[in-house]
Design a binder for this molecule. Structure first.
Ligand SMILES: [Zn+2]
Length: 363
């Protein structure tokens, strides 16, 4: 609470003094360390139109020579599919483009960006990504058929129908990161995020997702302030998972994250499967791991975290507590894009060791 305009009684002042004194005595160093450094907002790795195999636009897209002034959130109103792979995301992008060009008669995909239920961010209309990365202009979209919105805003389509359903965490997390990157590139405050229905009579983006917009704005604001970071790397995340051929692939367990997971027999040798994470700035981060549990898996699977002071190993019992995020601790990590979390085969336990997904966050 701000005290500037409040008259303080002597008792208030004494109480304040005592509190400050205690903090300084026991937490002085913590307070100093907790001061956040302003970090650049990480690029959320957006797949380009060429990556997902877009058709050429039927005529040249319009580049507007100024910055957008807000972001409009949509849902695609397609099914709430459980297909969460990169291939499924790219297929969605192609089908949206086909629909917008062949049925709506538009020159290209309507929106500038798309987020899939599996958490893949993709360029929609051609050149949207090129313009975003430059941060000084944007491509005119076709996503709000009212007023002057298409000349003012970036549109993001979120895969699914959110009238009664809640978006998957992977989608929401990516949407936060995408919005934060757009805001950072164009100098927009997080308050400049709206829903399609704010501009015209439409159910879009659904009551549930629309109701999440205040939370989205505050989550984006936190990222912009350098105070909030969360990213998920699955064994299927392109370019972010490496493992030897000894690590086999299975989609057997219903507790898996994404379409499948990797497993290997334990061996007394180093053969670590690694999850690569882009850490935006040096500091303390929480590490969560996700694995399907099974009585036949390992009771002491070694997770290795590459901390700023060397590797630390945490043993996790993968026979239980599967199918959800499980925190394995808080670690000091250096900034950079590197192998942050690994699953080692080096354990005396007998069951399979599992590498499925990791999440790194600072709140
Ligand atoms: Zn919409």
């Amino acid at each position: 609470m701000c005290m500037c305009n409040r008259s303080m009684s002597r008792r208030d002042m004494m109480r304040g003094a005592v509190t400050l004194g205690t903090a300084a005595a026991v937490g002085g160093m913590e307070l100093l360390r907790a001061t956040p450094a302003l970090a650049a907002v990480p690029n959320p790795s957006i797949a380009s139109t060429s990556a997902w195999g877009a058709r050429a636009a039927s005529s040249a897209v319009s580049v507007l020579s100024y910055k957008p002034s807000y972001i409009v959130i949509h849902h695609t109103a397609t099914s709430n599919t459980t297909a969460t792979t990169q291939a499924a995301a790219y297929s969605l992008a192609r089908s949206i483009q086909n629909y917008h060009m062949d049925s709506n008669g538009w020159i290209d995909t309507g929106q500038q960006f798309t987020v899939s239920r599996g958490g893949y961010a993709m360029e929609g209309r051609h050149r949207s990504l090129e313009r975003l990365n430059l941060g000084t202009s944007f491509v005119r979209g076709a996503h709000v058929g009212a007023g002057n919105v298409n000349n003012e805003a970036i549109g993001i389509e979120n895969e699914g129908l959110y009238t009664t359903a809640t978006p998957p965490t992977a989608l929401y997390d990516k949407l936060v990161n995408l919005c934060a990157y757009i805001c950072d590139q164009y100098g927009l405050p997080a308050t400049q995020i709206f829903g399609h229905r704010d501009f015209m009579a439409t159910a879009c983006p659904g009551n549930i997702l629309y109701g999440m917009l205040p939370g989205l704005r505050s989550d984006v604001a936190a990222v912009l302030a350098g105070g909030n970071y969360s990213t998920v790397v699955d064994n299927a995340t392109a370019g972010r998972f490496t493992a030897s051929a000894n690590w086999l692939t299975s989609s057997w367990s219903s507790q898996k994250n994404g379409a499948d997971y990797r497993y290997a027999n334990p061996v007394l040798a180093s053969d670590t499967a690694w999850f690569k994470v882009n850490i935006p700035s040096a500091g303390n981060y929480m590490v969560d791991v996700w694995y399907p549990a099974d009585p036949g898996y390992n009771t002491s699977t070694p997770y290795i975290v590459a901390t700023s002071s060397g590797n630390q190993t945490v043993a996790v019992n993968q026979t239980t507590n599967g199918g959800s995020w499980r925190n394995i601790g808080t670690f000091n990590l250096a900034a950079g894009d590197y192998n942050v979390v690994g699953v080692s085969r080096w354990t005396s336990g007998t069951g399979y060791v599992i590498a499925d997904a990791v999440r790194v966050r600072n709140s």
